[in-house]
Design a binder for this molecule. Structure first.
Ligand code: AMP
Ligand code: TRP
Length: 339
């Protein structure tokens, strides 16, 4: 809870490449909708990014790119706190404390680590393994109540809740009782998992080599049309009922995207297109995407030309974030016996 009695919201995006439709529909669009009712902090999580090698020049550019995307999508720096994680040293400090609270058995269950490490477990950084403890530190440093994320982050949120609970219990006799709120994930089901345009069983991702698998926020209209027209479907017409989508992941994904952009239930969309081939549907889907994304692209271009404004937003954001967390880190250290 923040000082003005509004519930507190925290979320973050990694500066690891061009932001895409999955980031927008699964996360950033919802960040925008929350900022009137809650005290929101939106972070660019650069310390998470370096759990995997990043070229320093690309990293510097990507940090500014996520900040621009936040602004271009409608996050208002006078309402929300937009800041870079490494500008507030308490995140790293609290993550060390959480390395000592969190259990190895808990981290061993994390499916994202297993997916990212793959067969290469011995060679990945130890930061990739303890990454969820840093994510817990991001959230709990601000005593956040709500965390809007895509479905892939649900397990990390559960770990955050476990860490909060264990801290509160372990230190209950030392001032830790009920210290951390137990944060809730905010997952908006219809857009929580946007899948690759080429394989409906894989999520749309920044790290996929082919950019044809994703719509990026900076894609020009022609490229959007091309990517949608080449998006994988199957030889069958559009079905009548939702049940018939079960074994058609690519078709289901395109319908989900249509539904979250138009804010119409899937059944209405099926009513309009059932029995038809994909060309009409794809044309309308491209129109919807262009309508939604081209104003964002225009804003991105404006912000690209005004780097000093962007730096000012991030400087102010870091000052505000420090103010919101300073008292908490001091108290946490005191509870533990560190000063
Ligand atoms: P990342 O790009 O991993 O830093 O993710 C930033 C935010 O976007 C997180 O809340 C993710 O859950 C969300 N996100 C990333 N990829 C997708 C996707 N394909 N579908 C829905 N949400 C996503
Ligand atoms: N782990 C998240 C992702 O990969 C990014 C993230 C880091 C985050 N810290 C966070 C999200 C705190 C929500 C809250 O998408």
């Amino acid at each position: 809870m923040s000082s003005n009695n509004k519930k507190r919201v925290f979320s973050g995006v990694q500066p690891t490449g061009s932001l895409h439709l999955g980031n927008y529909l699964g996360a950033i669009k919802n960040f925008v909708n929350l900022q009137n009712d809650f005290d929101c902090l939106y972070c660019i999580v650069d310390l998470h990014a370096i759990t995997v090698w990043q070229n320093p020049e690309d990293l510097r550019a990507n940090i500014l790119d996520v900040a621009s995307a936040y602004l271009a999508c409608g996050i208002d720096p006078t309402k929300s706190t937009i800041f870079v994680q490494s500008a507030v040293p308490y995140h790293a400090e609290l993550s060390w404390i959480f390395n000592c609270i969190s259990r190895v058995g808990w981290l061993n269950r994390m499916t994202q680590f297993k997916e990212k490490a793959g067969k290469n477990k011995e060679k990945v950084s130890s930061g990739l393994y303890t990454y969820p403890n840093l994510m817990a530190a991001d959230i709990l440093l601000y005593l956040a109540d709500l965390v809007p994320v895509g479905d892939d982050q649900k397990q990390h949120l559960e770990l955050t809740r476990d860490i909060a609970q264990k801290f509160n219990n372990d230190y209950s006799k030392f001032g830790g009782k009920d210290f951390f709120p137990i944060p809730e994930p905010l997952i908006f089901e219809e857009s929580s998992r946007v899948m690759s345009l080429r394989d409906g069983t894989k999520k749309m991702s920044k790290s996929e080599t082919s950019s044809m698998t994703r719509i990026e926020l900076r894609d020009e209209n022609d490229l959007i049309i091309k990517k949608i027209s080449k998006a994988k479907t199957d030889p069958f017409p559009i079905p009548e009922s939702i049940g018939e989508l079960d074994n058609r992941p690519e078709v289901k994904n395109l319908l989900n995207i249509f539904s979250s952009l138009s804010e119409e239930p899937i059944l209405n969309i099926l009513n309009n297109y059932s029995g038809k081939q994909f060309s009409d549907f794809k044309n309308d889907l491209s129109d919807l995407l262009i309508n939604r994304l081209s104003p964002i692209r225009q804003e991105l271009i404006k912000i690209d030309n005004d780097e000093s404004f962007l730096r000012e937003v991030l400087n102010d954001g870091a000052i505000k974030a420090k103010k919101k967390s300073e008292k908490n880190i001091k108290e946490i250290k005191k509870i533990i016996g560190l000063g």
